[in-house]
Design a protein around this ligand. Structure first.
Ligand code: B3K
Ligand code: ZN
Length: 889
């Protein structure tokens, strides 16, 4: 089909469709690459051993992708091609009349130094590195740059020995040596066939941490972490995490590492978190470097999680990869699920589940309800990089989690075993995955497949009726799913709804579902299989006053609508045995109060809310059996981005005011309690990284955050003291943030001291930038404007952009949505400066306008104007174009 679709006026773009898939007509048996590294004139020579597939037409031309390449020579079987024997096409090259088997040799020149897109081969702090997923390999050489073309790679690298003592690529180093003129070389061979997106090369002068791991079959694997000079002491946590991940994958999934060496290189300029290149992962420094002084407890957990994620890709992504990019969730959803389980096993299952669901609620629900909504397996895209989304990744992981819920842990593992047995070494589809699960378990997943094809967040509406005479509770369940771009009507999903029934003492009563004839709801254990648009399930032997605890553990990525009364929520907040639902009840309670306050604000009434909420909060705070991290989560009022997704249209001024009012009231009413718990949990002695210490830091931070809303001098002194005394970044950054976001007179001086202290630690400076950008005060807009010229900021560095600009738009709703529109103008200006420099990062920023339709008319108009202006920019990148044009559609 390959149509040209007019997405917005005045511009034709190529839209790629899933339904257009065609197998590549050639096999590339082997690839031999040679790099002569040079900042603005790297020469890449490539020899491809090519054979036409037996079932391919014999007149099919050879089509190769290639972008920003200067072709120097091109030969087939040793004979140079004349210019009429090949033809340049958009982003590539075509050769007609090729033999059935031949060797293609090309030499191209590229310029890593001027490559600011951070895709392909580029320089970061004077060191070479690559990023090829999704389509970056075509910026290195002419090649069929698609994941279903898998080949065996040999890579030779040549560079100055003194400037680039380490020359790295995938697989095993099979040769190295000195060359003339102070140069040296290394040759790497990867024994595993792989798609081009998993290719990697790094060259530089690094510090190196080494270790080793013995696999379950007794093989020794050498582990290496390469970092910028002077950062070695910040790598030990990453190394320990890698070893834990390797062990965990063996123990939990029976999956063993397959090469003799595993390398990680950390770079400061990187578009995302990390990349799972075979045997040579490249990481954003943010997910490698961690020390007590510079990294928070959350950073430590994130480093472990991302190290795990990339390691787990070796099986789910590399050994079995994707046929085409529409199948991205095949590897990403599955690998996110695996890293979530890994982190949960290392930390706390309940807390981890809450953290993961928070991402879904605040980000994925927003994406699903906005102009970029897409199923976890999208049907079309303009720029693939725009589809590395919370939907593909995190909703994808929720879909994987549902298999485990439906099939049980053993059944899920059986399915994975079949998947690996069938597809090891192949590039496959989501459908292949579903089939493996089905076949391994003899389970019908026909309806379940809709999770792959339908976008939007399903809504489950539940009403309950209690028959006192029969002692029966019936639940009427209805599911709907809103229209999303390109998808009007939706068919019902198979939704596993986990539930419990709590008696008035808070104990779970046994579930006794009644079967009353055809169309009955199947209930298995505590799971109701909601498969129809409407179903009813009746439970027998239910005492009066029983309260249902619904969607336990967030067993499906849906919005639940059940009319809990305030008292029921308070009851569940105090008693639910499912820790996720206990947290959930609190969140609902808070949002109930906040939207009540919003109504009062709208009608000019005096603000007020039910006092029993205060008691409920105090009970959680005082509960000696609850873990500090859980308490911290349970006592944190839902963020503005989450609250916005609960209503159709939002008065942002009222919402932020109501939220602040609730927090301040809780602070006032429970002042002594917050103080007491702050004092008992804040630790001043020796630093500890134990679970208990982490929990205490989390809870003391939450207590201090409540106290700070009181705007009292004594509390400011408490925070200043914490900042001064801190021997770890968790306490220090929490205190700095609370001071900087308060009305404290000297806050700027405090922030400046912090900056002076940490100016040479990039990752800490990024935290500082984020804190500066998220101050809700009116002056922030001027401050972040001048920070663009501050030595701490660099537009070319995505981490800095994410802190100063991304942080402002996503975590400072008060100032981003300023009534005068300056927040929007600021964002639009940065997008305009960035789209030519780094299209991917610019596109991410553009997404901040996606929810413009939710706001009042004036703000809608202002956001729309900015989007329209962006679309008028000359040579706008297709990345930004796709987001901006779809937002306006
Ligand atoms: N697979 C990479 C992401 C690549 C993003 C390309 N724009 C990291 C990961 O998910 O593990
Ligand atoms: Zn991944």
């Amino acid at each position: 089909m390959n149509q040209q679709e007019n997405v917005a006026p005045n511009r034709d773009v190529q839209v790629h469709y899933r339904s257009d898939y065609k197998a590549y007509p050639f096999d590339i048996n082997s690839v031999s690459l040679s790099f002569e590294l040079d900042p603005d004139a790297t020469i890449v020579s490539s020899i491809l051993d090519i054979k036409r597939k037996a079932d391919a037409e014999n007149n099919e031309p050879l089509c190769l992708d290639g972008v920003d390449l200067e072709l120097l020579t091109i030969e087939i079987n040793g004979k140079g091609l004349t210019e009429d024997e090949y033809r340049f096409v958009e982003d590539g090259l075509e050769i007609h009349n090729v033999p059935d088997a031949f060797e293609l040799k090309t030499r191209v020149k590229i310029s890593p130094e001027t490559n600011t897109s951070l895709e392909g081969l580029y320089l970061s702090s004077g060191k070479y590195c690559t990023q090829c997923e999704a389509e970056g390999f075509r910026k290195i050489t002419f090649y069929p740059d698609r994941p279903d073309v898998m080949s065996q790679f040999t890579v030779r690298i040549e560079a100055s020995k003194s400037d680039f003592p380490h020359l790295l690529s995938n697989g095993n180093r099979v040769d190295y040596g000195k060359l003339e003129k102070g140069k040296h070389f290394a040759v790497w061979e990867d024994p595993f066939k792989k798609p081009s997106y998993l290719f990697a090369l790094c060259a530089g002068d690094y510090d190196l941490l080494t270790d080793s791991f013995q696999t379950m079959s007794g093989r020794e694997v050498r582990l290496e972490i390469y970092v910028d000079k002077g950062k070695l002491d910040q790598c030990h946590h990453a190394m320990a995490s890698l070893k834990k991940a390797m062990k965990w994958d063996e123990e939990v999934f029976g999956l063993e590492y397959d090469l003799d060496i595993y390398m990680i290189v950390a770079v400061g300029d990187f578009n995302m978190g990390a990349m799972e290149n075979k045997g040579l992962n490249i990481f954003n420094t943010k997910y490698v470097l961690a020390s007590q002084d510079t990294a928070t407890d959350t950073d430590f957990i994130d480093v472990e999680g991302v190290i795990g994620h990339e390691y787990f890709h070796n099986w789910t992504g590399n050994r079995v990869t994707c046929r085409d990019w529409f199948q991205l969730s095949l590897k990403e959803g599955l690998t996110v699920f695996r890293d979530q389980e890994f982190t949960a096993d290392q930390t706390d299952h309940g807390v981890k589940r809450i953290e993961d669901v928070k991402v879904i609620r605040s980000h994925q629900f927003a994406e699903d309800a906005g102009p970029m909504a897409h199923p976890i397996r999208p049907d079309s895209y303009i720029e693939m990089n725009n589809f590395y989304t919370v939907t593909v990744y995190n909703k994808g992981a929720e879909v994987i989690r549902m298999y485990q819920t439906l099939l049980g842990r053993d059944g899920f593992k059986r399915g994975l075993d079949v998947y690996f047995e069938r597809h090891d070494g192949q590039a496959v589809t989501c459908e292949d995955f579903v089939r493996a699960m089905e076949d391994a378990n003899h389970y019908d997943l026909e309806q379940f497949r809709r999770w792959y094809s339908q976008a939007g967040t399903p809504e489950v509406h539940i009403r309950s009726y209690y028959d006192a005479e029969k002692r029966q509770l019936s639940l009427n369940l209805k599911q709907t799913c809103p229209e999303t771009p390109g998808q009007k009507a939706k068919a019902p999903f198979h939704i596993p709804l986990k539930l419990g029934l709590l008696d008035s003492a808070g104990a779970n009563i046994p579930l006794k579902p009644l079967l009353t004839g055809e169309g009955d709801t199947p209930v298995e254990g505590d799971i109701v299989h909601l498969k129809q648009a409407e179903q009813t399930v009746i439970f027998d032997d239910v005492p009066e006053g029983t309260i249902p605890s619904l969607l336990r553990g967030f067993s499906a990525p849906v919005k639940l609508d059940y009319n809990y009364s305030l008292n029921e929520l308070i009851f569940l907040f105090a008693h639910d045995t499912d820790s996720f639902n206990r947290w959930q009840a609190g969140q609902e309670l808070f949002s109930h109060v906040i939207f009540g306050l919003c109504e009062q604000l709208a009608s000019g009434k005096t603000l007020n809310f039910n006092e029993s909420v205060i008691k409920a909060v105090k009970n959680i705070l005082d509960d000696p059996d609850l873990d500090g991290q859980f308490k911290s989560l349970a006592l944190t009022i839902p963020g503005v981005n989450t609250l916005i997704e609960e209503v159709d249209s939002v008065n942002i001024d009222h919402l932020t005011e109501a939220r602040h009012y609730l927090k301040q009231r809780l602070a006032e009413e429970l002042e002594l309690d917050w103080l007491l718990h702050y004092q008992t949990n804040h630790q001043t002695g020796e630093f500890e990284q134990s679970k208990e210490a982490v929990s205490k830091r989390a809870l003391s931070g939450t207590c201090l955050s409540y106290l700070m809303t009181l705007e009292k001098d004594a509390v400011y002194q408490l925070a200043l003291q914490q900042l001064d005394d801190a021997n770890n970044m968790t306490d220090a950054s929490t205190a700095l943030k609370l001071i900087m976001h308060s009305e404290y007179d000297d806050k700027l001086a405090v922030a400046e001291d912090f900056y002076q202290k940490w100016q040479n630690e990039d990752l800490v400076v990024n935290k500082w930038l984020l804190i500066m950008a998220t101050d809700p005060a009116d002056e922030t807009i001027d401050r972040i404007e001048s920070l663009l010229d501050h030595p701490s900021f660099e537009l070319k560095n995505p981490n800095k952009v994410r802190s100063l600009i991304g942080g402002f738009t996503s975590a400072n709703p008060t100032q981003f949505h300023r009534a005068d529109g300056r927040g929007y103008q600021y964002l639009a200006r940065q997008i305009k400066s960035l789209y030519a420099v780094n299209p991917q990062t610019a596109a991410r920023l553009t997404g901040a306008f996606n929810r413009w339709r939710k706001f009042d008319e004036k703000r809608q108009l202002m956001m729309r104007e900015q989007l329209e202006e962006i679309l008028q920019m000359p040579e706008l990148s297709k990345d930004v174009y796709e987001i901006a044009s779809k937002a306006l559609k």
